[in-house]
Ligand binder design. Sequence first.
Ligand code: FCB
Length: 465
Amino acid sequence: MNLQFPNGFSWGAATSGPQSEGRFNKKHANVFDHWFEVEPESFHNQVGPDVASNFYNSYKEDIKLMKEVGLNSVRTSIQWTRLIDDFETATLNQDGVDFYNNVIDELLANDIKPFINLHHFDLPVELYDKYGGWESKHVVDLFVKFAEQCFKLFGDRVSEWFTHNEPMVVVDGQYLYQFHYPKVVDGKKAVQVAFNLQLASSKAVAKFKEVNTNPDGRIGIILNLTPSYPASDDPADQKAANFANLWFNQIFLDPSILGEYPAELVEILENDGVLFEATKEELAIIKENTIDILGVNFYHPHRVKQPDVSPDSLRFNWMPVKYFDNYDMPGRRMNIDRGWEIYPKALYDIAINVKENYGNIAWFVAENGMGVSNEELFQDETGVVQDDYRINFIKEHLTELHKGIEEGSNCIGYHLWTPIDCWSWSNAYKNRYGFIANNIHTQVKTIKKSGHWFKDVADNNTLEI
Ligand code: FCB
């Protein structure tokens, strides 16, 4: 059977500046660059972001490979620490300007539409040391200055813009669960940072609307949506799932698309004494500057149940787990290497949720993918990784997505994470996700079986199942 996708569908893949470029010629360090300098043992096999996939040096060859696997669009990010020379005034680093101009021009010359994101976990460490990073509203304004430079420099050739990638991961990683530097554990700060990230996004949207001159230009945010399913019909489990959805998803989804926070979430945070500080003017900016397009990263759902912890034990440091607990549903399909559940139907649920509750806004799958360890074991005698598991994973997700599109969801594309195996934060190169394998010792890049397969799908705009 053949599943036909809408005309003009974006078939692509996503990466980010800090995960692909390498630190070459970068004047400033972001929080991950810095974390690796001070604690290399926190990174898998002590591999840091210094080389990443060498995109800074090999972008021309890499883009050629992206073309060969059929991508008609690619998302990457502009590193704040590469483009900007002085963060307070947002003066430019000319080498950074030249690099991003070259990358954008090279993508366009290969008929690949650039999707450009501005913040992908890569806060300049100086702004953390000086101001507390996203805890500070001054940093919010500095981000908007950086964003303005990007819109003005590249907006003539870039129409698809995004403010943040997965802001919730910054909140979780930096302020709750210690998987991002500097591993603070502080629930109240976490909530304020979530608000400040939203404010930064909405202010950048406002700036875009002010300076954009590209008639096709649009701007959005990329959120990792994790539908949260209750363990049972027990009202206490249902309540837990409702909170998990508010916390993981609606905290950015609602203000970004509807211009307002869910009243229920605000009430809970207020009762618990951890509501963010926001002025009337800031709330008005959020209200007036909703997005044009939504990017959705989907890897796995959440299975949740009522919490085990006594709310009293969290009196002194508020934590969202006060309201729900993760539930290890028996029999669920797992990707063992990454520890994530495989549940393609959630993508259909997302498609319908966006259609029904978020005005059927234009959206696309901005990341989806399968991380696998030791993929070299799957190489055939010619050195090509036979990643049939990835092909099946993509097929299953595209099938659910297609069902959502058939039912009217306004999905405009599917981007795999990632085009070329790249550096994945503290997991470094443990799990590989790409259509193209990258030997990190020799930097030789080889298209996997899934890359050849994807080219057919993209060229024909059709999935054969
Ligand atoms: C997502 C991130 C991305 C990548 C994948 C595997 O959470 O957006 O940078 O690391 O996970």
